[in-house]
Design a protein around this ligand. Structure first.
Ligand SMILES: C[S@@+](CC[C@H](N)C(=O)[O-])C[C@H]1O[C@@H](n2cnc3c(N)ncnc32)[C@H](O)[C@@H]1O
Length: 434
């Protein structure tokens, strides 16, 4: 019989901490995305314990530099980064100092994760820190390499904004199938609205239990993530063309496909991942929206005819979504950014021929790395003189997200901060010459 990774001697509450340890190990030692590690790491924990393991690991990843600074302030010699004792201390301290777990429970549930001498050390270090009454700094620290990279690219206001974004849980953003119902759903969901078709809810709780979810009247989508499809729909609206044909490349799980379908496009949605396509189909089913779903690799697939509108929501480092996926702060390094940028350039170069003359193309990435945005655009424009930037009107964007002087849109941490912030995105709308 396969051995359960939980030990027979585990105290009540320890299996979820053991799962949190496995999650942290997957992200910090093996460089796996947190969401990807979830199934294997939480295989032996059930119900709310699974959510707790995820919450503990995510919170450790948000506050890692501050937790480590506390640990290092008490130990004589720094513990190795990947030592089990350091991992166990991170898990115990984040519960005691951030998640509000009583101190005795925070340490008792974590001690079984370590044996022998290290167990004593964990007990002693945890006790010394909590007895001292020290708290984590109000403004979280970014990992030093990330801070240096982002400060060089965007300046200190951006890194301050990013630190503040880590400090508070992001609100839930919702895109409505019918923008005419914005006020109705804003009231029903008890939220605010930053654009027609958008509702923002603080402390939303379980998404599937909110009104309108089961009926498919809306889907979850950060406001910044909702902008690329808005830009594309606007381009076609300007030309007074309907019904238009759109190709949505790298489409799953389908937030932007749903927007394009709801806006009246005939949509072909292409993605290479079968698992993500399954979620795309579920989303279409729930919202009763229609799209042709194509499982294919954009580097090999090609459409039968060019489209009026083409969206490339390219795979990227995903550093722009660090608020909900704090693992990117620790596992995305320059070689990964370079690899993703090279893939984006290939996808964009190939798909540029699939837009009819006079048609519109939007390229977007949820990245805070210029190599996956501004630099990508410069190279594309140099290669493709048949395309020009089609800057959107400011009124298409929420107040606080500007159109850059060159005509693209770059969202950064710090934007919309008073309203709850937004993800980091790069997007540009282009017109192919007729
Ligand atoms: C940023 S996500 C897309 C999010 C999606 N557009 C949405 O709004 O829900 C990038 C997607 O690109 C897909 N992808 C990566 N490489 C691809 C390729 N060569 N061909 C097609 N899809 C690809 C991934 O499977 C992933 O679903």
């Amino acid at each position: 019989m396969p051995r359960s990774p939980n030990s027979d001697s585990d105290a009540l509450g320890t299996p979820s901490r053991r799962a949190a340890l496995r999650l942290l190990d997957a992200v910090l030692r093996r460089g796996e995305p947190l969401e990807q590690a979830l199934v294997a790491a939480t295989r032996h924990v059930y119900g709310p314990d699974r959510g707790l393991a995820h919450a503990i690991a995510a919170e450790v990843l948000r506050r890692l530099p501050d937790l480590d600074a506390l640990i290092d302030s008490v130990t004589e010699r720094p513990l190795p980064d990947d030592a089990k004792a350091r991992m166990a201390l991170r898990i115990a301290l984040v519960q005691a100092l951030v998640l509000g777990t009583p101190h005795h429970a925070a340490i008792a549930t974590v001690l079984p994760l370590v044996d022998g001498g290290p167990r004593k050390l964990v007990h002693g270090v945890f006790g010394a820190i909590v007895r001292s009454g020290v708290l984590l700094p109000e403004l979280p620290a970014l990992p030093p390499l990330v801070e240096a990279r982002w400060e060089a690219a965007w300046g200190p206001a951006m890194t301050d904004g990013a630190a503040q974004a880590i400090a508070a849980p992001p609100p839930l953003d919702i895109t409505l199938a019918d923008p005419a119902e914005t006020e109705q759903w804003r009231v029903a969901l008890g939220g605010t609205s930053l654009l027609p078709g958008h509702v923002r809810v603080a402390d939303a709780g379980s998404v599937t239990e909110l009104p309108g979810f089961a009926e498919g009247r809306w889907w979850v989508q950060d406001i910044a993530a909702s902008l690329p499809a808005r830009l594309l729909a606007d381009a076609v609206r300007q030309q007074g063309e309907a019904p238009a044909r759109a190709i949505d490349l790298c489409a799953a799980p389908g937030g932007k496909t749903l927007q394009l379908a709801a806006a009246g496009f005939t949509v072909a949605a292409v993605d290479v991942s079968n698992a993500r396509i399954k979620r795309l189909r579920e989303n279409l089913f729930r919202t009763r929206l229609k799209a042709e779903v194509i499982a294919g690799d954009v580097l090999r697939w090609q459409p039968e005819a060019p489209a009026d509108a083409l969206l490339i929501d390219a795979p990227c480092s995903a550093t722009g979504i660090f608020r909900r996926h704090p693992d990117v702060l620790h596992r995305v390094h320059p070689p990964i950014v370079e690899e993703m940028a090279a893939l984006q350039a290939r996808l964009w170069a190939r798909a540029a021929d699939w837009v009819r003359p006079g048609g519109a193309l939007v390229f977007a990435t949820c990245s805070l790395e210029p190599a996956e945005g501004e630099a990508q655009l410069a190279r594309f424009l140099a290669d493709r003189p048949d395309y020009t930037i089609d800057a959107p009107a400011a009124a298409l964007l929420p107040e606080g997200i500007p159109v850059h002087a060159e005509g693209y849109v770059r969202t950064l941490p710090g934007m919309l901060a008073a309203a709850g912030g937004c993800d980091g995105f790069f997007m540009v709308r282009l017109r192919r010459q007729g």
